[in-house]
Design a protein around this ligand. Structure first.
Ligand code: FAD
Length: 469
C-alpha cells in the first residue's frame, strides 16, 4: 500500500487521552502523527465537555451567590446576564486551552493531520480531510483514542429545540421551560447552569435516584436543594413520546411520578449517556476487536488491543468515561509503545459531579460494600460541625469515609459540599498509598478548611474525635 506519510506512532483522536499519548510518545523520541477530525485539539473535554461546562458552572455559582449572600447582610440588585458576553467568555477559555495544545504539539514536532481517520489494515490509516483530500499514513505503532459521543433517543424527532450537552453548552438562548432527560452528572450540571440563568427545570430519570453512582445519603443534601429550586424531579419515570408542536415540544411520560397529561417545553436536553466510537474507525481491518456496544477491547494493563502493536485508551475502551482516566491511560500506552515497562494500575478513579453542592466519590461506596458483603466501617463528618463550611454559608455538606473493618485501611469515600471535587483527591491518594484511619487522622490538616472534614471523618471512625469545630 502506498503511503503519503510514515511515522513511528500514530494517535487517532486528539482528546485528553490522545494528546497526552501523542505528547508523551514524542517526548520519548517517537516520530508522531496525531489524527483529528475537528479543527482544534482537546477532544470532547476541552471543546464541548469538562472545560466549557465548568466555565458556565462558575458563572452559575456567582449568580446564585449574588442572591444567597443576602443572609449575611449583603444585598445586590438582581444580576443581569449578557448571554453573548457569557458565551464569548466561555469560548475564550476554550480557545486559550486548545490554542495552547496546538503550540505544545508544534514544540514537540507532533504532526497534526486533520480529518476522519479509519484503519485500512494493521499498519495504515486513511485520513479524509474536510476538503475530501485523502492521506494514507503508515505507522509502526498506534493508539486509538477516538472517544465517545452522546447517545440519541431514536423516538425523539430532529428539532432545534432538542439538544444534547454540546447544544446546551452553545448557550444559544435561555429557555423558559427546560426538560432534562437523564439525572446523571452531565444532565444535572447543565440543569445547574440553566437554572441559575433563570430556566424552570424539570428532570426526568428512569432510576429511583439521581447521580446513580454515589451513595444516596451523599446525594441527599444536593437533592434537597434542587427539589426546592426545580419545577419537578420525576424519578422512576421515562419519556415515551416527544412531538414537535408550534407551542413547544410536547412530551409524554410514563412511570411512577409521570404526570397524566403531556407537558410542553421550550427546550429538551437529552443526557442519557455516551456511546463509544469504536464501530466507526475500521478497527476490524486492523485486527482490533470491538464489542457489540462499540468498545475497543483492551487485553492487558499496558493498554494493548487484540493487535499487540495497537493500543487503545479513554472513553472508547470503557467506563468510567472520564478525562483523568483517559490521560493516565494515554501516558501508559505511549510509554509502553516506546519500550518502557509501564502499566495502568490505578486502584481507584474518582468521580465528580460539579453541581451545587458538588458530589464526589472514590473507591467503594457504602451501598457497594453492603452488596458485596465487605466487612466495612465508616466515619461520617457532617459539615454542620465545620467552622469553614459555616463561614462559607454552606453547611449542608458531608464527608463519609469507608474503611476495611479489619485493616482499618480507607477503601472509599463520598463527599458532598462546596469543593467536594477538590477534596476527594486526598482520599484517592490515601487509598493508593494504603493509608488507614490513623494515618489520615494524625495528618495535620490546616484549620479552618474543608479538608479537615476528611481527618474528622477518620477520627469519627476511630472514635478519637475531640472537637467538632
Ligand atoms: P474524546 O475527548 O472523546 O476525544 C476523542 C477525539 O477523537 C475527538 O476530538 C474526536 O473528534 C476524535 N475522533 C473520533 N473519531 C475520529 C476519527 N475517526 N478520526 C479522527 N478523529 C476522530 N470528564 C471529566 O473527567 N470531568 C468532567 O468535568 C467532565 N465533564 C464533561 C462534560 C460534558 C458535557 C461531557 C460531554 C463530558 C464530560 N467529561 C468529563 C467526559 C470527558 O469529556 C471524556 O471522558 C474525555 O473527553 C475522554 O477523552 P478521550 O481522549 O477518550 O476522547
Amino acid at each position: 500500500l502506498k503511503a503519503d506519510l510514515s511515522c513511528q506512532m500514530l494517535v487517532l483522536g486528539a482528546g485528553p487521552g490522545g494528546y497526552t499519548a501523542a505528547f508523551r510518545a514524542a517526548d520519548l523520541g517517537l516520530q508522531t502523527v496525531l489524527v483529528e477530525r475537528w479543527s482544534t485539539l482537546g477532544g470532547v473535554c476541552l471543546n464541548v465537555g469538562c472545560i466549557p461546562s465548568k466555565a458556565l458552572l462558575h458563572a452559575a455559582k456567582v449568580l446564585d451567590e449574588a442572591h444567597e449572600v443576602a443572609d449575611c447582610g449583603i444585598e445586590f440588585t438582581p444580576p443581569k446576564v449578557d448571554i453573548d458576553k457569557l458565551r464569548g467568555w466561555k469560548e475564550k477559555i476554550v480557545n486559550r486551552l486548545t490554542g495552547g495544545l496546538s503550540g505544545l504539539a508544534k514544540q514537540r514536532k507532533v504532526q497534526v493531520v486533520n480529518g476522519v481517520g479509519t484503519f485500512l489494515d494493521p499498519n495504515h490509516v486513511e485520513v479524509i480531510g474536510n476538503d475530501g483530500k485523502k492521506t494514507v499514513v503508515r505507522f509502526e505503532k498506534a493508539v486509538i483514542a477516538a472517544g465517545s459521543e452522546a447517545v440519541k433517543l431514536p423516538f425523539i424527532p430532529d428539532d432545534p429545540r432538542v439538544i444534547d450537552s454540546t447544544g446546551a453548552l452553545e448557550l444559544a438562548s435561555v429557555p423558559e421551560h427546560m426538560l432534562v432527560i437523564g439525572g446523571g452528572i452531565i444532565g444535572l450540571e447543565m440543569a445547574t447552569v440553566y437554572a441559575a440563568l433563570g430556566s424552570k427545570i424539570t428532570v426526568v430519570e428512569m432510576l429511583p435516584g439521581i447521580i446513580a453512582g454515589a451513595d444516596k445519603d451523599v446525594v441527599k443534601p444536593y437533592f434537597t436543594r434542587i427539589k426546592k429550586r426545580y419545577e419537578n424531579i420525576w424519578l422512576e419515570t421515562r419519556v415515551t413520546k416527544v412531538e414537535a408542536t408550534a407551542a413547544g415540544m410536547k412530551v409524554t411520560f410514563e412511570g411512577k411520578q409521570a404526570p397524566a397529561e403531556p407537558q410542553l417545553y421550550d427546550r429538551v436536553l437529552v443526557a442519557v449517556g455516551r456511546t463509544p466510537n469504536g464501530k466507526r474507525i475500521g478497527a476490524e481491518k486492523a485486527g482490533v476487536a470491538v464489542d457489540e456496544r462499540g468498545f475497543v477491547q483492551v487485553v492487558d494493563t499496558q493498554m494493548r488491543t487484540t493487535q499487540p502493536h495497537i493500543f487503545a485508551i479513554g472513553d472508547i475502551i470503557g467506563q468510567p468515561m472520564l478525562a483523568h482516566k483517559a490521560v493516565h491511560e494515554g501516558k501508559t500506552a505511549a510509554e509502553v509503545a516506546a519500550g518502557l515497562p509501564s502499566h495502568f494500575d490505578a486502584r481507584v478513579i474518582p468521580s465528580v459531579a460539579y453541581t451545587d453542592p458538588e458530589i464526589a466519590w472514590v473507591g467503594v461506596t457504602e451501598e457497594e460494600a453492603k452488596a458485596k458483603g465487605i466487612n466495612y466501617g465508616k466515619g461520617v463528618f457532617p459539615w454542620a460541625a465545620s467552622g469553614r463550611a459555616l463561614s462559607l454559608g454552606r453547611d449542608e455538606g458531608m464527608t463519609k469515609l469507608i474503611f476495611d473493618a479489619e485493616t482499618e485501611r480507607v477503601i472509599g469515600a463520598g463527599i458532598v459540599g462546596t469543593n467536594a471535587g477538590d477534596l476527594i483527591a486526598e482520599v484517592a491518594h490515601a487509598i493508593e498509598m494504603g493509608s488507614n484511619a490513623t494515618d489520615i487522622g494524625l495528618t495535620v490538616h490546616p484549620h479552618p478548611t474543608l479538608s479537615e472534614t476528611i481527618a474528622m471523618a477518620a477520627e469519627m471512625f476511630e472514635g478519637t474525635i475531640t472537637d467538632l469545630i
